[in-house]
Design a protein around this ligand. Structure first.
Ligand code: ADP
Length: 552
């Protein structure tokens, strides 16, 4: 069965331009095919149809027994792993060593790290770059970079290798070197399809090769472009290559999953440390956005607790008329104690009132100088049941001068607290949204600066999940660190306020102290913030992937 077959394939771009028309050809296993034509003839379009960067307008492209028209969604990425691609501009990732670049297709396939190392070394030896494995692509010459590109394309032992103008940027000597490299591939069972604008490229090559090795596998020419195209009739039939077992990775899904996640985690941490200032800024803004509503929440929780303790002492003070004698006050106290809606009652005599004033007002001597005792008797009533009704009925007693009942301010305080809680919610939502946008924007910038890399990974067969994952980890890391910082800020604020507030409360006779976050709340804050970062990154990456997907 042929490795690749085009059946009457036509491609019309949206502008109405016909790039290919009725193209039919086949590539046999172990065959090397040159696609030649002037610039604009449709060579790149043809290659794009093979690695599913474009879809044909008419006709069918078959890869083995796989009809590419039916390959959709995630299977597009999996299909690309079966096609090795060499670009004119090699598209190596500049921030990774030669070995790491070449390892990418194997990482995507989920091979074990040990196997990856072995295969990368072997393929680098094969292209003559064994000694440069740890170099960065920028430290290599143009010819060497192209050889790395070829190594990356063949390391996964694809059934078909497609090369778009692979020698376009190279001088004749280097071109010959690269071509010789392609030449050796069909012998290993990989079919090769080389696109070149130079009509002599394949021919010259074929002649040189035929002279050297008469029984070599077949090489043919194909000239695409609008108009019927087929393989040239004098094409030699290729020999069937020695069947070569393609080592498939006998790997558990869990192992692959773990390796992919580890790879993503390392990549995302690398990104964070690569740009420390941008990272610090993002995390700082996010931490503040989280701290503010949480701080407000904590404050409200404490106020609520404080007023709760006040509410327990819902007392009503009855100031009796000055004319009411102490005996009458005592009798009244006894009478009221008998009422069903009174839980307890305490009589504070004018004498006790004076004593208190002397001790607490700091006006001891001045008060001693006052003749007589102008203070009234006071009954302090603890209500049982509806305090407002009790206060109203006590007000009608003839002995009572003034009723002091603080229900009013408590109601107002409750209203303020309800308002505060609502405000904290609104703030939390707004600032949470802000934190989401901050992470989203940072990830967006990161994606923008890695567009090339993403495109290369997609070309090598990375799924959306694989591409999205380092960014998700990035967002998660931002969120977790920001959450931890927010927690630290809140704890510091709590520590700074705790003692002065306790002193203040004590001066009012209260034993109130601030309450910070317990372990569960702390964990919820950090993980909630991490989740926020994850969601922000996920939204932005998902949007980018949808926007840039050439086909579905
Ligand atoms: P080659 O690789 O042989 O130079 P291409 O396959 O790149 O040719 O292009 C073939 C023709 O299709 C050209 O005329 C080009 O302008 C057109 N073309 C290529 N890509 C697109 C596109 N995305 N939209 C519209 N026209 C395109």
């Amino acid at each position: 069965m042929s490795v690749l077959r085009f059946d009457n394939v036509s491609k019309r771009y949206s502008g109405g331009h016909d790039a290919l028309s009725e193209v039919s050809f086949e590539v046999a296993p172990g065959e090397m095919l040159f696609v030649t034509g002037h610039s604009g003839a449709g060579k790149s379009t043809l290659l794009k149809l093979i690695h599913l960067s474009e879809r044909p307008s008419r006709g069918a492209v078959l890869f083995g027994d796989r009809n590419l028209l039916k390959v959709r969604g995630r299977r597009i990425a999996l299909h690309r792993r079966d096609v090795g691609v060499v670009f004119q501009d090699h598209r190596l990732l500049a921030d990774r060593s030669v070995a790491d670049n070449v390892a990418l297709p194997l990482i995507l396939r989920g091979l074990r790290r040990g196997d990856i190392g072995k295969r990368v070394r072997s393929v680098l030896d094969k292209v003559g770059l064994g000694a440069r494995a740890e170099a960065l692509p920028t430290q290599l010459s143009a010819g060497e970079q192209q050889r790395v590109g070829i190594a990356r394309a063949i390391v996964g032992e694809p059934r078909l290798l497609v090369a778009d103008e692979p020698t376009g940027n190279l001088d004749p000597t280097l071109s010959a070197e690269i071509m010789a490299l392609f030449e050796s591939l069909p012998e290993r069972g990989t079919s090769v399809l080389v696109a070149s604008h130079d009509p002599g490229a394949g021919q010259a090559h074929e002649e040189a090769r035929a002279g050297a090795q008469p029984g070599a596998p077949g090489r043919r020419h194909l000239a695409p472009g609008p108009g019927p195209v087929s393989a040239s009739p004098e094409a030699t039939k290729p020999q069937a290559p020695a069947a070569k077992a393609r080592p498939q990775a006998p790997r558990s899904r869990l192992g692959t999953w773990f390796d992919h996640h580890l790879y993503s985690l390392v990549a995302s941490l690398g990104r964070m440390f690569h740009k420390p200032w941008a990272t610090a800024l993002t995390i700082g803004v996010m931490a503040v956005a989280i701290t503010l509503p949480l701080g407000l929440w904590a404050a409200l929780g404490n106020i609520e607790r404080f007023t709760g303790s006040v509410q327990q002492a819902r007392q009503i003070s009855l100031f009796l008329k000055p004319a009411v004698a102490l005996d009458r006050a005592r009798a009244l106290a006894d009478e009221l104690r008998g009422r069903a809606d009174v839980a307890a009652l305490e009589l504070r005599t004018p004498e006790q009132g004076m004593q208190e004033l002397r001790e607490h007002s700091g006006l001891g001597e001045a008060i001693s100088a006052v003749e007589g005792n102008p203070l009234p008797s006071v009954l302090i009533v603890s209500p049982k049941g509806d305090e407002a009704m009790l206060a109203a009925s006590l007000k009608n007693l003839p002995e009572v001068d003034v009723v002091q009942h603080d229900a009013g301010w408590r109601e107002r305080l409750d209203s303020w607290l309800r308002f505060g809680v609502r405000l904290a919610w609104v703030l939390a939502i707004l600032l949470g949204l802000g934190a989401l946008l901050v992470v989203g924007n940072t990830v967006r910038l990161d994606i923008q600066s890695r567009r090339e890399e993403i495109a290369v990974l997609q070309q090598l067969g990375a799924t959306d999940g694989f591409i999205r994952r380092p960014f998700l980890y990035l967002g998660l890391s931002y969120g977790l660190v920001a959450g931890a910082i927010a927690l630290a800020l809140l704890t510091a604020a709590d520590q700074a306020l705790r003692d002065p507030l306790a002193d203040l409360a004590r001066s009012y006779g209260s034993s109130f102290t601030l309450r910070g976050f317990d372990l569960r709340q702390a964990a919820a804050i950090v993980f909630g913030s991490g989740l926020l970062g994850w969601i922000g990154a996920g939204l932005v990456t998902g949007h980018y992937l949808r926007q840039t997907r050439p086909i579905s």
